[in-house]
Design a protein around this ligand. Structure first.
Ligand code: NAG
Length: 361
């Protein structure tokens, strides 16, 4: 107990101290994540050309969906008008609770920062007919499932991602941006839509938390094994973490053009990164995506600073949504919530990272 009070006091004092530092303003710049973005501007041009063994220039025609690729095709989901931002959540058939938590919170929204948005769940085939019947009922009730005709297993995640991108290109070609997220993600749609809407050049965008210089797994017993014959490079090209990333509509098609040229080994996010690299798309790093959930973070961090948080369990989804002022079924803030003081906003990401650090104490 005494330790707790001591920690709370320490937290308080340090928070004050940070406030003073913030007045200096210099930290504010770093805090907004510019430090890492700076790193990405410097590193990417170097790595982008040095890394990866996938680059060649032949072009295959764009492969979209065949009539038998989809079990629940949901062809009408983007009608009558495509959203500005289409969010495709890669979900497992059994994760009914995850989908419900997302529908009740951020995923239920149809507008964010004035832009039309739409959230759909993408899955493969379950193990049993009973589960399939349940999914069909769920699809009928909510109209937000897209199901591919492949067995929904961990090893088939790359198939799921490719199908999800094909669905977007074939059945929602008018969407300016497509986000792929996992079903344990809290997505701050108002803040993300606002950011995407303010981009000076929205083309060729591949945005997320960039991983650099990841070496292929050469252990033949690993589920991630990448044979030298398939990928010979010492490191993968930089790629966005698969928990949450955004592609512009044109970037989706460019990635898909590259798909038939590459052997789909390794994790799905690495594969998308290799396709993007082959297509000449450089990832854009943002430290505002892909962080893990921290209970110590507040409405300022969740509402305005971060675009996505991962590792959020269904019960926690409501908690974070509540911090932003939401009460269920997508009824919540349409704009990024204005809960940061000027000082907090200036300290931005740095402040949220410091808060997150305290949780580990
Ligand atoms: C992936 O899906 C295909 C098509 O349903 C299936 O034949 C294959 O066994 C699946 N692979 C794994 C590893 O589950």
């Amino acid at each position: 107990m005494a330790l707790r009070c001591g920690l709370a006091r320490l937290r308080h004092i340090l928070a004050r101290l940070l406030g003073v530092l913030g007045v200096l303003g210099v930290l504010g710049l770093l805090g907004a994540g510019h430090g890492e973005e700076l790193l990405s501007w410097i590193l990417l041009p170097l790595l982008g050309t040095a890394a990866g063994g996938d680059r060649d220039t032949s072009v295959a025609p764009l492969v979209l969906l065949g009539p038998n690729d989809l079990m629940l095709p949901n062809t009408e989901a983007c009608q009558p008008r495509a959203p500005f931002l289409l969010v495709l959540v890669a979900s497992a058939p059994a994760h009914v609770g995850h989908r419900e938590a997302i529908r009740r919170s951020w995923g239920g929204a149809r507008r964010a920062s004035g832009y039309p948005v739409r959230t759909l769940f993408v899955l493969g085939l379950p193990d049993s007919g009973a589960e399939q019947a349940a999914l069909e009922r769920e699809a009928q009730q909510h109209g937000d499932l897209v199901q591919g005709r492949f067995h929904d297993t961990y090893a088939n995640l790359t198939i799921k991602t490719c199908m999800l991108l094909r669905w977007a290109a074939a059945l929602c070609p008018g969407a300016a941006f497509v986000a792929k997220v996992d079903d344990d993600i809290f997505l701050n749609l108002p803040a993300l839509a606002h950011h995407l809407g303010s981009l000076a050049n929205p083309h060729g965008l591949y945005l997320g938390r960039v991983h650099w210089w990841v070496r292929p797994n050469r252990d033949p017993h690993s589920r991630y094994h990448v044979p030298v014959a398939v990928f010979a490079g010492a490191a993968f090209p930089p790629y966005c973490s698969g928990t949450a990333y955004v592609l512009s509509g044109d970037a989706v098609r460019q990635v898909l053009v590259a798909v038939p040229h590459l052997v789909a080994v390794g994790p799905e996010d690495v594969f998308v990164g290799r396709c993007a690299h082959r297509a000449g798309l450089a990832p854009t790093h943002t430290a505002r995506m892909g962080g893990a959930i921290r209970l110590s973070l507040d409405a300022c961090c969740y509402g305005q600073v971060l675009f996505s948080i991962h590792g959020v369990q269904p019960a926690q989804m409501g908690h974070v949504w509540g911090l932003l002022g939401g009460h269920g079924w997508g009824e919540g803030p349409e704009e990024p919530t204005g809960l940061c003081t000027l000082l907090q906003w200036g300290l931005g990401l740095l402040r949220c990272k410091v808060l997150a650090l305290f949780e580990k104490l």
